[in-house]
Design a protein around this ligand. Structure first.
Ligand SMILES: Nc1ncnc2c1ncn2[C@@H]1O[C@H](COP(=O)(O)OP(=O)(O)OP(=O)(O)O)[C@@H](O)[C@H]1O
Ligand SMILES: [Mg+2]
Length: 265
């Protein structure tokens, strides 16, 4: 079984994996993200929390090129990400999952995982050429062991994803992102809508992937038990801006966070 490689940082890059500065975007009169700063180091899971409409998804969309912010910079290992296409981002090791997973197509779970694997950022042209000579079976076995089994998807590998439950479709979406061996993983509500067993399994996989790949992770999530047990650091957004950042215990103890997000007087 091929080990999951831990890619070395390119020469001359800073230790900081992601540096977002002063990211601002408005839609008409709505300032969805306002002067947002965030740093994420390799191997770190940063939680992004805040009330509905706080700007969390929009901020993630700015990092991964879906939206072009009006101002700001997003540097990944020293390189500007803003304006890059999803394939270009994947080549740099940036992968994401979606808050609402699509269920329209009839690709199988394995097809989706293979699609992700075909985008592996750590293979290079020679590696992708070598993949052509690997047997389908070897590729499938590797995906099964590294991605599908941990996500409890082995019993549905050949099923079209539209036949799966919402929770399992979320797991498939994560499988696609993980199969690309990301160095920066952006997760938008990975456990929303999942049963608590599915949610805990998903959180364990996210931590395990971080340990194995050493990747940086941003996890937008409302489920506080998962956030508190999974994230090394938590940033809190409200009305487009970061209102607090700290360790889980510090976030829970902050009066402003408790008022704005946790609904306390
Ligand atoms: N494409 C868009 N056009 C207009 N307004 C938008 C667009 N995308 C987001 N917004 C607005 O930006 C604000 C932030 O929305 P966003 O979806 O980023 O919030 P969120 O923190 O992810 O919320 P939730 O927790 O409900 O997912 C909201 O007021 C939303 O209506
Ligand atoms: Mg959102």
């Amino acid at each position: 079984m091929e080990a999951w490689p831990r890619p070395a940082a390119p020469e001359g890059t800073s230790v900081m994996a992601l540096t977002a500065r002063d990211v601002t975007i408005h839609f008409g009169g709505v300032v969805a993200v306002n002067g947002m700063d965030l740093d994420v180091s390799p191997g770190e899971i940063v939680g992004l929390i805040g009330p509905n409409g706080a700007g969390k998804t929009t901020f993630v969309n700015c990092i991964c090129g879906t939206y072009r912010p009006n101002t700001g910079t997003v540097l990944w290992q020293g390189q500007e990400l803003l304006g890059l296409s999803p394939p270009a981002l994947l080549r740099l090791g940036v992968a994401r999952t979606f808050q609402n997973v699509a269920s329209l197509h009839d690709l199988s779970v394995l097809d989706i995982a293979k699609l992700g694997a075909s985008m592996r950022s750590d293979r290079g042209p020679a590696g992708h050429l070598l993949d052509l000579f690997r047997s389908e079976r070897a590729v499938e076995q590797e995906l099964t062991e590294t991605v599908l089994r941990p996500l409890e998807l082995t019993d549905v590998v050949h099923q079209p994803i539209q036949t799966l439950s919402y929770g399992r479709r979320k797991a498939v979406d994560l499988a696609r992102a993980l199969a690309a061996h990301p160095q920066l993983l952006l997760l938008d509500e990975p456990v929303a809508g999942l049963t608590s067993h599915e949610g805990m399994a998903m959180a364990a996989v996210i931590r395990d992937v971080r340990d194995r790949l050493g990747c940086a992770v941003i996890m937008v999530e409302h489920k506080m038990d998962v956030v508190m047990s999974t994230c090394d650091r938590i940033a809190v957004m409200a009305a487009g801006s970061k209102i607090f950042e700290g360790l889980a215990a510090e976030v829970q103890a902050d009066a402003e966070v408790r008022r704005v997000y946790l609904g306390e007087p």
